[in-house]
Design a protein around this ligand. Sequence first.
Ligand SMILES: Cc1cc2nc3c(=O)[nH]c(=O)nc-3n(C[C@H](O)[C@H](O)[C@H](O)COP(=O)(O)OP(=O)(O)OC[C@H]3O[C@@H](n4cnc5c(N)ncnc54)[C@H](O)[C@@H]3O)c2cc1C
Length: 415
Amino acid sequence: MQTIETDILIIGGGSAGIAAAVASSSLNQKVTLVERLEYLGGKATAAEVGTICGLYKYKKTDVSEYIVNGFAKQFAEEIASLSSSVPLYNVYGLHYLPYNISAYKNLCLQLMQKNDVNVLFNSKVIEVQVTNQLVKSVVIQSKNETIQINCKSMIDCSGNSCISQLANLPLIKSERYQAAAQVFTLKGIGQTIESNINLVVIKELKKAILNNQLDSSFKNISIVQGSYQNDCVSLKIGIPIAVTNSKDNLEKLREKAIEMIQHFVAHLVTHVDLFKHATIEHIASEVGVRVGVRPVGKYILNEEDVLACKKFDTAIANCSWPIEEWQEEKGVVMRYFNHDDFYQIPADCLISSQILNLFFAGRNISATDEAIASARVIGICLQTGYAAGMLASDNIIKTPSLNTIKAIQAKQIFV
Ligand SMILES: Cc1cc2nc3c(=O)[nH]c(=O)nc-3n(C[C@H](O)[C@H](O)[C@H](O)COP(=O)(O)OP(=O)(O)OC[C@H]3O[C@@H](n4cnc5c(N)ncnc54)[C@H](O)[C@@H]3O)c2cc1C
């Protein structure tokens, strides 16, 4: 079996993984990143979620002010420029940045190349070796070969706690998780403005459900904000099947989503003038599963921390997004904290409770179901990713973690 030696091993090349890789590389570590897919970006590109939330202050203003600094802010500025987009905001005081999917993939790849990160695409972790409370190596299945990767520190950015699952470490599990959604793009939309498309879709859905032309499971369809461009618009359809993480759950969600999209588009084409020439341009390659199993860290972020806007001396991220929970029946349920306020994530949510050189970032940090319903947005994943990269790197050279936290705070967040 081929063997690779690395300082830092990152599992998953989503928003958190690429941020972790940049941070580790900036501290002169040899970095290897393992990604299951053939491109980077994770949910941001594979599920085409379309906007970055959690970058700006939660504030009723038409000027979007950053709540983050350092890498997350630089990434946002670059993706905004590459996507020719500006932040949007809604009446509740939430601000978010639309982005172009290809630009996101390219930016992630450029960052890896610029920072000399060894990225192994089409590679899935299948085994983990743990000895004396240290993760020593993983075995990956990469196309037709298996490779062993030995590392000094590891960061699990897989979104599904794959390392803790494979190593039988404690997990934060539920019987069912937040409802999933599928993004798809239509072309051939008539000349209009985006807010009008949204209104037309909402109105038609209400009417069609009332008249039994569509059943009520279609009620959770909305447009992806900022996606109307060149005659195309992206929509997001809520899937009325429980997310359980069981074996064939993903296939069932995908099948149901495709069936519903085809039915819904046929309805729009027949009944709504604006969509009479619409066709499906494409369906995002992955179902949008919002959360899954999380690992247990030294601290578990909870609902009260979020809603009471708790601040921590050991903070590594500033978070301005409310609790956003999606349910199959009700759709989205938002729980807000006070305007102009924010909560923080302490470093201990990124550090394994059991393994001395294992760190977490992104949507699989140590957090309860309620807390992760806020902390999973991309602006926060970029911050936890960068912080985990610094913590994992300093762990190798035995820098006291408080010093690293101070360095993260100075670079990344306003305190
Ligand atoms: C429908 C939907 C809508 C959303 N809307 C928004 C929004 O508008 N704005 C916003 O900010 N956020 C939104 N989110 C949340 C956000 O997209 C994600 O939480 C965030 O992108 C997660 O980033 P991550 O890096 O933690 O994980 P992911 O993006 O999930 O990245 C994990 C990566 O790890 C890889 N991987 C997994 N297992 C393995 C393995 N065993 N071996 C190797 N690689 C592996 C995966 O292929 C993936 O690339 C939405 C999510 C969904 C599903």
